[in-house]
Design a protein. Structure first.
Length: 394
C-alpha cells in the first residue's frame, strides 16, 4: 500500500525515521499491508489516499499534498513525535470543509486490521475494473426498475457491459454438444437433460467467445423456444468462480460480481417472497442456486412453468449478508442476517430460505432497490461499505 510520509525536518529526523520503520514493521507483522513511501502522482484510483503522519508541524504540508489526491483521506498516526495532534488538526480542517477523512490510530492490531480492510477494498475495486460482463438478451419485461446505463457502470466501476443477442445464444444451443457436469439427471427425460445441458454449454461458449467473467440471461424466453430453462446452467457457472444471473437483471449481476470478488464465494440471487415486519424476517426464493453454497440439494422442474431442471438447495444456517446495488450503480443496500431455516413451500420457487435481518425489513416495503437481492454466507457488511466509500459512491 502506498502512502505519503510527512515529518518535520530537524534534529530528531533520524530518530523519527527509525521509529517509523519499526512502526510500519509492527503493522505488517500484525497482519496489515506493507506500506511504502510514495509521491502524490504515484497514487491513483482505486488506491487509497493514505498519509503517514510521522510528526507534528506537518499540517500545512499535508493539506497541500492532498490537493493531488481524491477523498476519502486516511491519516495514519502513531503516538510519538506529536503525530496524532497534527492528524487531529488536519482532520478537523477537512471535516469542517465537508471532506470525507478519518484518522487511523490505536493499537497495532486495530491499525493493521483497519488498513487491511482498506487494502481489501482496493484489491476488489481493481479486480472489478478488469471485468467484462455479458447481457444476453434484454432485461425481462417485468424488470421495469432494473435497467442500467453501461457508460455509468464503466465510469463508476470500470466494468464493461457487453450486449449479446438472444439469437446468438439460440444458434449456439443448436450447434453445441451437451456439457457433462457430473450430476445425476436420470430422473428427467432425455430431451430435458439434453436441453438443459446444451443451454449450459452454449453459455460457456458465450463466456469464452467474449472473454467474460459472467453474464445475465433473459432466461424466460427459453421456456417458449426450448421448453427448458437456464437454471441448471447458471448454477454451474456460479460454481466455476464466475457469475451467472437470471432475467437480464444487470444491477443484480454487478451485485453478484462485487460479492464474488470481495468474498471469493458464490451468491444466491433471489426474490424476496415474504417480508415480516413483526419478526424482522424475509423469505428469499429462486429456482437456481450455486451448489457450492449448499449443504444438500435436489433437482426439480422450474417453478412457474414446470419445465426444464430447477434446483432446490439447502443453504446452511448461520450468518449471512443480504446485498443489492441500485440501478444507478451508486445506491446500495447491505445488511447482516442470520439464515434460520430452509423451506419447501409448494407455492414458491424451489430454493427457499428464511432470514432474520439486522436492518429493518421495512426497507423492502418502502424503498427497495428493485426485486432481486443477493445472499452470501458470512458477514461482509463493513467490507461492502468500505468499497463504496473508497470508490466515492458512499
Amino acid at each position: 500500500m502506498k502512502a505519503l510520509f510527512f515529518a518535520i525536518p530537524g534534529q530528531n529526523s533520524d530518530h523519527i525515521e527509525r521509529e517509523t520503520r519499526s512502526f510500519l514493521q509492527e503493522i505488517k507483522k500484525n497482519g496489515g499491508p506493507e506500506i511504502i513511501r510514495a509521491r502524490g502522482k504515484d497514487i491513483s484510483f482505486p488506491e487509497p489516499s493514505l498519509v503517514l503522519v510521522q510528526s507534528g508541524g506537518t499540517e500545512r504540508k499535508i493539506l497541500d499534498s492532498l490537493q493531488d489526491l481524491a477523498p476519502p483521506y486516511f491519516l495514519l498516526a502513531g503516538d510519538k513525535f506529536n503525530a496524532l495532534p497534527a492528524a487531529l488538526e488536519v482532520l478537523s480542517f477537512l471535516r469542517g470543509s465537508g471532506v470525507d477523512a478519518e484518522i487511523i490510530h490505536g493499537s497495532t492490531d486495530y491499525m493493521a486490521g483497519r488498513l487491511e480492510k482498506i487494502s481489501l477494498a482496493t484489491r476488489t475495486l481493481l479486480e472489478l475494473s478488469r471485468w467484462r460482463l455479458g447481457m444476453v438478451g434484454d432485461p425481462s419485461d417485468w424488470l421495469i426498475a432494473s435497467s442500467m446505463n453501461p457508460d455509468g457502470v464503466k465510469k463508476d466501476w470500470g466494468i464493461e457491459i457487453v450486449n449479446i443477442k438472444m439469437e446468438e445464444l439460440e444458434s449456439l444451443i443448436d450447434r453445441v454438444q451437451p456439457s457433462a457436469p457430473g450430476l445425476d439427471l436420470k430422473c428427467f427425460s432425455p430431451e430435458d437433460r439434453e436441453g438443459a445441458l446444451k443451454i449450459y454449454a452454449a453459455l460457456e461458449e458465450i463466456l469464452s467467445r467474449y472473454e467474460l467473467q459472467g453474464l445475465t440471461l433473459r432466461c424466460f424466453d427459453l421456456l417458449g423456444s426450448r421448453h427448458n430453462t437456464g437454471c441448471l446452467g447458471l448454477s454451474l457457472l456460479n460454481d466455476q468462480g464466475l457469475v451467472g444471473g437470471c432475467e437480464g437483471d444487470v444491477p443484480a449481476l454487478i451485485s453478484m460480481a462485487i460479492l464474488r470478488v470481495l468474498t471469493g464465494k458464490p451468491s444466491f440471487m433471489a426474490n424476496p417472497a415474504r417480508v415480516d415486519k413483526e419478526s424482522n424476517e424475509i423469505i428469499l426464493a429462486h429456482c437456481t442456486v450455486p451448489l457450492g453454497l449448499t449443504s444438500d440439494y435436489s433437482l426439480h422442474t422450474h417453478f412457474e412453468s414446470g419445465l426444464g431442471i430447477g434446483l432446490r438447495g439447502k443453504i446452511p444456517p448461520g450468518p449471512c449478508t443480504v446485498f443489492k446495488l441500485g440501478a444507478d450503480g451508486r445506491q446500495y443496500f447491505a445488511s447482516r442476517g442470520e439464515i434460520i431455516e430452509n423451506l419447501e413451500r409448494k407455492d414458491l420457487c424451489r430454493t427457499q430460505v428464511r432470514v432474520k435481518m439486522e436492518k429493518p425489513v421495512s426497507y423492502f416495503l418502502s424503498r427497495p432497490l428493485g426485486n432481486h437481492h443477493l445472499l452470501v454466507s458470512g458477514d461482509y457488511v463493513e467490507q461492502i461499505e468500505e468499497i463504496f466509500r473508497l470508490a466515492g459512491l458512499k
